[in-house]
Design a protein around this ligand. Structure first.
Ligand code: SF4
Ligand code: SF4
Length: 384
């Protein structure tokens, strides 16, 4: 089933603002002044879609979105998506359902344009069933509290096919789509896009730049893009290739970029603004295919820094920070930076990679299916 002319997202600009990696001040609080500037620039460039979640930054993401966006702009000039989470922190059914009211209070809105069951994957799907959350979310739409409902997803195409068959009335879903994960086991970007298309269900895209890693890819990938010609211009950023690749897929409502600085907003809007965005042409697609092959040959830890693994770690290990440090050694061959970043993260958390006790909690929570325990051993041997 292809997407018709009236599919949800037809008129939506193809860049959305992911409120998951917002800038923070030294004390760890949200940098409201910069976030307001980012929101202003994003809206002024013609974009409208903001994506947050009940669990992002312990609620600070929703609260700051309320301050920077809802308190400063008319409600009908933007769309807000947020999500109910049934697994992080092991909430009860009542606590999950209460998240909806809490999200409304934090954001200061009466309704959500998009509401999602959050991060459904193999090891938590049953909880969403057991708590009756499908009927609950459907009911929110029937009451007019939610304009569109759906779910975000980190699992196999077979699982996605089952869910869309069981719940054919979802308005949309959210998928991880990027050129690096296009054919990756554990993510299945391409095959999940194909399943969505077969069901005629449109989707928003998360992780188009894979937690920022495709904005600073390995040297071989950079060389491919440096030598290529891009419709985004002679100085096209590496991130632009990744965002435009995702936005070029059929059925996309919008591509969510988790922007952390005003400079990232400026870069994104320069090639994604309505009337400016051009899907990748065949020459550009060939270039991305070459970049993917180069990426597959390079060693790196494919962590997206989502932090889902951190909450339940009994040792308090800053897993994504350690992996980010390790990637300085693997991707950039910069051992000095890797060691200094590792030391700073370890000292701040008061724990070393080698303090992992191998309990496995983190691996069960990781949407990317990473072998976190063995990676931490590598980090310990290389950087401790
Ligand atoms: S396996 Fe190690 S890193 Fe993972 S949750 Fe347990 S102690 Fe933390
Ligand atoms: S290791 Fe997995 S769960 Fe943890 S931050 Fe990275 S991608 Fe997210």
């Amino acid at each position: 089933m292809a997407y018709g002319e009236t599919y949800l997202g037809k008129g939506t600009p193809k860049l959305g603002f992911g409120m998951m990696r917002l800038p923070k001040l030294e004390d760890g609080s949200m940098d409201l002044a910069q976030i307001e500037q980012m929101v202003d620039r994003f809206l002024a460039a013609g974009f409208t879609y903001f994506d947050t979640a009940y669990v992002y930054d312990g609620g600070a993401s929703e609260r700051v979105t309320g301050k920077a966006l809802v308190e400063r702009y008319p409600r009908d000039s933007y769309a807000i998506a947020t999500k109910a989470n049934a697994w992080l922190g092991s909430p009860t059914e009542e606590e999950v359902k209460q998240q909806f009211e809490t999200s409304r209070e934090r954001l200061g809105v009466d309704y959500f344009d998009y509401y999602l069951l959050h991060a459904i994957q193999a090891n938590n799907a049953q909880t969403y069933e057991d708590f009756g959350l499908w009927d609950w979310a459907r009911g929110l739409k029937e009451k007019g509290l939610v304009r569109n409902w759906g779910f975000s997803f980190h699992s196999s195409p077979e699982h996605l096919d089952r869910l869309l068959t069981q719940h054919p009335d979802v308005d949309f879903i959210q998928l991880q789509v990027n050129y690096a994960d296009w054919d990756q086991e554990n993510v299945w970007s391409r095959r999940n896009v194909e399943v969505a298309e077969a069901h005629g269900v449109p989707y928003t895209v998360m992780e188009p730049v894979k937690g920022g890693t495709l904005a600073v890819p390995p040297r071989k990938v950079r060389e491919i893009f440096d030598a290529a010609s891009s419709q985004a211009g002679p100085d096209a950023s590496y991130a632009s290739w990744a965002v435009r690749f995702a936005a070029s897929q059929p059925g996309v409502i919008t591509v969510l970029s988790g922007m952390s600085t005003l400079a990232q907003v400026e870069d994104n809007v320069s090639y994604m603004a309505p009337g400016t965005f051009a899907p990748l042409d065949e020459g550009e697609l060939e270039c991305v295919r070459a970049a993917r092959r180069a990426l597959d040959e390079s060693e790196q830890i494919r962590c997206t820094a989502c932090h889902y693994c951190c909450d339940g770690c009994p040792q308090g290990i800053p897993i994504p920070d350690f992996f980010s440090a390790m990637n300085y050694k693997l991707v950039f061959e910069d051992e000095a930076s890797a060691r200094s970043r590792y030391r700073s993260a370890a000292d701040k958390a008061g724990v070393e990679a080698g303090d992992c006790i191998g309990c496995g909690q983190c691996e069960g929570a990781c949407p990317q299916g990473l072998p976190i325990i063995s990676y931490l051993q590598q980090v310990s041997e290389a950087l401790e």
